[in-house]
Design a protein around this ligand. Structure first.
Ligand code: NAP
Length: 476
């Protein structure tokens, strides 16, 4: 079951919000947000809600109820016969007196500690709820293990981790046997840290279809919240009718993440800052990724983790279409993406000149890939006889959308301009190149091809780039 938690400043608002939660299986009414609650009026209006109801009257500091404890308990006692469940905190359950229709809850907003002790204290109640704060992605594993234990002992348990690092527990807890999970009505209406919207839970993550056969994929990085990969891959899984899910893993400690999560995931996307450091925790690397020295994709094959660099393939496809064998390309940048692009260009027989803000790095790369390097101050001069300019730096990326790597006067109509930045899609560099009559390759194009390749590596199916583009367009 998915429970939508709703709040309201007054009874009318609370009931209105509850009626909006059409996708919910059960509604949690948080009455603690209402000042001077008219209980009899609430009882009358509860009839308007046609779904099972949990009533919660959370005290400070976790909730908003400001009155005395005796008053708080007496409100719940009056309401219990008109609802399906009362959520009562473990410290107050004895005072409450009732034995049935209870969700006995424990919250810790600081961390995930002593779960077994807490569980043993709660386990004889009808339904128990344990919600703790995730300081580390690994805290989710503790919660999953607890749910498994409770399930094996025949107990009804609701367990989850709060906060951004705990988001995955709200999506996966049903898979392990949690009695329900919580969602918000919509963005901005979260009543606990890390809550996702009911629409995303059902339509994007397909939480109700997740079972023990569901293959788990996801992005590891820090931060991960800006990435749109979870939208693309979850929509592709749905489109291809695959029992797979893609999650965001906000990771601090790479080693412990791999140790704890290796049995759970089937594949990963890797983003900053782990594209190179991950290499020491995997079992094999494909030839291209080895040369580039960084990976952005992991596939688990027969228990072994194999690394790939799909940025290479993302760049290779548009480069192939340009047909610029033996011609000259100027690549600005000497980071991970520059390496993938230089590898693709040299594979296509293009003559590469590398330039970088830090010249020593350009020199090193030139040696590594057997190509030329020049001082960045010579960019204008080098472009004169070049067929391709690649921006492989973040210059021009939002919020710095007025920045560019080269003055417009150096661009000419025989030049193709390829910008890896995809936020915005039309960077200042690309806008000015277009005005000069240059052909363009956008960072979005590269992103789409690399995502398609990643999906193919995991699922054996190559999604049409057009489909990925339309998903991205919907997101924007
Ligand atoms: P990286 O490894 O950190 O390398 C960044 C490169 O950009 C370095 O060479 C750096 O020069 C240079 N640079 C950074 N800021 C600069 C500035 N203000 N002026 C001049 N040069 C600057 O990063 P990366 O992984 O290669 O990523 C680079 C960009 O590619 C990012 O914006 C990322 O979003 C984008 N990207 C696009 C795709 C796609 O599919 N389109 C995929 C992955 C990444 P120094 O050596 O002097 O520091």
């Amino acid at each position: 079951m998915i429970c939508v938690s709703v709040i309201g400043k007054n009874i009318e608002e609370l009931i209105r919000e509850a009626k909006k939660a059409k996708l919910a299986d059960i509604i949690e009414l948080r009455i603690d947000y209402i000042k001077n609650l008219d209980i009899e009026k609430l009882i009358k209006m509860l009839k308007q809600i046609k779904k099972p109801i949990i009533i919660t009257n959370r005290k400070r500091p976790y909730g908003k109820f400001e009155g005395r404890e005796k008053e708080r308990i007496s409100i719940l006692k009056r309401l219990i016969k008109f609802v399906d469940y009362v959520d009562i905190e473990v410290d107050s359950v004895k005072k409450f007196g009732f034995k049935n229709k209870l969700i006995v809850s424990y919250h810790n907003f600081k961390g995930t500690y002593n779960l077994l002790t807490i569980y043993n204290k709660l386990k004889n109640y009808e339904i128990i709820k344990i919600a703790t704060y995730a300081n580390s992605i690994n805290d989710n594993i503790k919660i999953f293990n607890l749910i498994k234990k409770a399930k094996a002992e025949g107990k009804k348990i609701i367990a989850l981790c709060m906060g951004e690092k705990g988001e995955i527990s709200r999506i996966l807890n049903l898979r392990y046997g949690s009695y329900l999970t919580y969602a918000s009505l919509s963005k901005g209406k979260e009543v606990a840290p890390g809550q996702l919207t009911i629409k995303d839970m059902i339509e994007l993550y397909r939480v109700k279809e997740v079972n023990d056969k569901t293959k788990i994929y996801g992005l590891i990085g820090n931060p991960v919240s800006k990435s749109k990969g979870y939208i693309i891959h979850n929509k592709l899984f749905k489109k291809f009718k695959l029992n797979c899910i893609y999650l965001n893993f906000l990771v601090d400690n790479l080693k412990s993440f791999i140790t704890n999560f290796k049995p759970i995931f089937s594949g990963l996307s890797i983003t900053m800052p782990f594209k190179q450091s991950i290499l020491k925790y995997i079992d094999g690397v494909d030839e291209k990724a080895k040369r580039i020295g960084a990976i952005n994709t992991i596939v688990k094959k027969e228990g072994k983790l194999i690394g790939y660099n799909t940025d290479y393939y993302g760049a290779l496809i548009p480069i192939k279409k340009l047909k610029i064998k033996d011609e000259k390309a100027v690549v600005v940048g000497a980071g991970g993406v520059a390496k993938a692009i230089i590898e693709a260009l040299t594979d296509e027989g293009v003559r590469v000149v590398i330039m970088n803000r830090t010249e020593t790095k350009a020199k090193m790369l030139a040696k590594e890939f057997n190509c030329a390097y020049k001082k960045i101050t010579e960019l204008g001069k080098e472009l004169k006889d070049a067929s391709l300019l690649v921006n492989a730096t973040p210059v021009g990326m939002a919020p710095n959308i007025n920045e560019t790597i080269v003055e417009k006067r150096f661009l000419h109509q025989n030049l193709v301009v390829f910008d890896v930045v995809y936020n915005p899609v039309k960077t200042r560099l690309l806008r000015e190149a277009e005005q000069k009559g240059c052909k363009l390759v956008t960072g979005l194009e590269m992103f789409v091809y690399q995502a398609a390749k990643q999906f193919q590596l995991w699922c054996g199916k190559y999604p049409k780039p057009k489909l990925i583009k339309s998903i991205i367009k919907d997101v924007n």
